[in-house]
Write a protein that binds this ligand. Structure first.
Ligand code: NAD
Length: 504
């Protein structure tokens, strides 16, 4: 239950530090408004400073000794309760999320469900935090290796999956025995607050999990820089991630970065075109194109390009924009004014760029009540060349570029010709082509005859090149971010063994 104690008035939220809901030290707040209708104020959330972050990190450090000594299966029992609470409150949390970030209700239900799935899946690891034993080099000597907690984890998350992504980090961090300070995205703090309140209600002890809301450059940067934080896990844009990585490196922190994407769907001349259109429609315009895995490029064999473009444009024009709480809405708003300006800016660039053709959309949608929100018409560009800015840079909105190719080799070259490497897909009925593309496309995630989106929590998630720094969230691989190995040698020979000295 989101505790009433978390609010001072109906819409004023506090930080959760050391088991208490406390006001920000400066008394300043950030307004959280509904992007589908900015007249609706969702709440006012703390504009925290380095002082608030310092208090939270100290609380997490104080809670660390007891939490790391709590047996992992016991830690997991508490986390299973978190999963139960999320199930009970799923509908309310989904509605809160639609109101604060705009995506349609069926998608926000999916976001909460992903947090539930992740919580159950990773809580299960509390009984499986396996290490290993092995024979050592000398007689009467053995060795074992175990996963150990790292310390205080500083977590920084984006707004587009405001409960799922925090859960990908909080739950594994806790099951591994770390304590946590999370700084949620300033546009969507409520969903992360709901998750933290569920953890509080489930019995996560005071200080083990703390939330400090605020601006990235203020509270976020203070968390990354804090000497008491040993591990930083960041999801967000590549530009900010690089700054985070640099600051973390200055203090020798362990740092995992999940960053931007410019994902591609390749459509070969033997593809099932109906299936491909569905995949592109969902990949490009789901979540208003604001998924890290959104399909913003389509590379299609020139023989199918005209037919496909016609089919896609017809479908894109039929999508209904509106409030995500309305069951008839297909596409919600984009997150804020800055995003709106950025997306419209790219549409302008696309129209000016060499011979790209705007096939549909291209404008802000302002009819009726839409004028109160940040709506962009689903936009399709055809005849795009691979080196154009709209085909290279992450737009993060409902805009898709169609690029023609002549062969599988050319499609793969175009797919790989961007700085990012998160997700890619191919539509083909030829198994050999599918496997070639899978092997030669430089992304962390690959789909065959499916869109570029849709992660499952028990599988590793992350990207190559400028999308990440080599870590994977999801799967048991996430445990490698939130634990470190300890190797223990046991010599039971009762004497000094010479080879040991010789090999030193
Ligand atoms: P963003 O980089 O603007 O912000 C992400 C978080 O970083 C926010 O909490 C923000 O407050 C914080 N931040 C900003 N400046 C900071 C600083 N100087 N120091 C510390 N923290 C700072 O990203 P966004 O707009 O919230 O999210 C969209 C981006 O996230 C897109 O690029 C998208 O591709 C990416 N994303 C990636 C994944 C993935 O798994 N690879 C998943 C979701 C989103």
């Amino acid at each position: 239950m989101a505790k009433p104690a978390s609010k001072v008035r109906a819409e004023e939220y506090r930080n959760y530090i050391g088991g208490k809901w406390v006001a920000p030290s400066t008394g300043r707040y950030i307004e959280n408004r509904n992007p589908a209708d900015t007249r609706e104020l969702i709440g006012r959330f703390p504009a925290s400073t380095a002082d608030d972050v310092d208090r939270a990190v100290k609380a997490a450090a104080a809670a660390l000794p007891a939490w790391r000594k709590t047996p992992a299966p016991r830690r997991a029992e508490i986390l299973f309760k978190v999963g139960e609470i999320l199930i009970q409150r799923k509908e309310q949390f989904a509605r809160d999320m639609t109101r604060e970030m705009g995506k349609v209700l069926k998608e926000t239900r999916g976001d909460v469900q992903e947090a539930i799935d992740m919580t159950y899946y990773i809580a299960g690891e509390g009984r499986r935090l396996h290490g290993f034993t092995t024979k050592a080099e000398l007689p009467n000597k053995t060795a074992h290796c175990s996963r150990e907690p790292i310390g205080v984890a500083g977590l920084i998350t984006p707004w587009n999956f405001p409960m799922a992504i925090p859960s990908w980090k909080i739950i594994p961090a806790l099951v591994c025995g770390n304590t946590v300070v999370i700084k949620p995205a300033e546009d969507t703090p409520l969903s992360t607050y709901n998750l933290v309140a569920a953890c509080e209600q489930a019995g996560v002890p005071a200080g083990v999990l703390n939330i400090v809301s605020g601006l990235g450059e203020e509270a976020g940067a203070a968390l990354v820089d804090h000497p008491g934080v040993r591990l930083v896990s960041f999801t967000g844009s590549t530009d900010v991630g690089r700054q985070v990585g640099q600051s973390a490196a200055l203090h020798d922190k362990i740092c995992s970065l999940e960053m931007g994407g410019k994902n591609v769907i390749m459509i070969m001349d033997d593809a099932d075109l109906d299936l491909a259109v569905e995949g592109v429609l969902w990949g490009a315009f789901g979540t208003s194109g604001q998924r890290c895995t959104a399909a913003s490029r389509v590379v299609i064999h020139r023989r199918l390009a005209k037919k496909f473009t016609g089919m896609l444009v017809d479908r894109a024009k039929s999508l209904k924009l509106g409030d995500g709480l309305d069951s008839k809405t297909d596409v919600g708003p984009v997150i804020n004014q800055e995003a709106l300006d950025k997306i419209l800016g790219y549409i302008e660039i696309g129209q000016k760029e060499d011979r790209a053709r705007l096939m549909c959309g291209g404008r802000r949608a302002e009819k009726g009540d839409l004028k109160y929100g940040y709506f962009v018409e689903p936009t399709v560009f055809a005849d795009v060349k691979p080196n154009m800015r709209i085909a290279q840079e992450e737009i993060f909105g409902p805009v898709v570029s169609i690029i023609e190719c002549r062969s599988l080799d050319e499609a793969i070259d175009i797919a790989n010709g961007v700085r990012y490497g998160l997700s890619a897909s191919i539509y083909t009925s030829d198994i050999n082509r599918a496997y070639r593309a899978m092997e030669d496309t430089a992304t962390g995630i690959f789909y065959i005859n499916a869109s570029t989106i849709g992660a499952e929590v028990h599988l590793p998630f992350g990207g190559t090149k400028a999308t990440g720094n080599g870590h994977r969230e999801g799967g048991t691989q996430v445990l490698d971010i939130f634990s470190e190995w300890k190797t223990v040698y046991v010599d039971y020979s009762g004497k000094l063994q010479r080879a040991q000295i010789d090999t030193e």
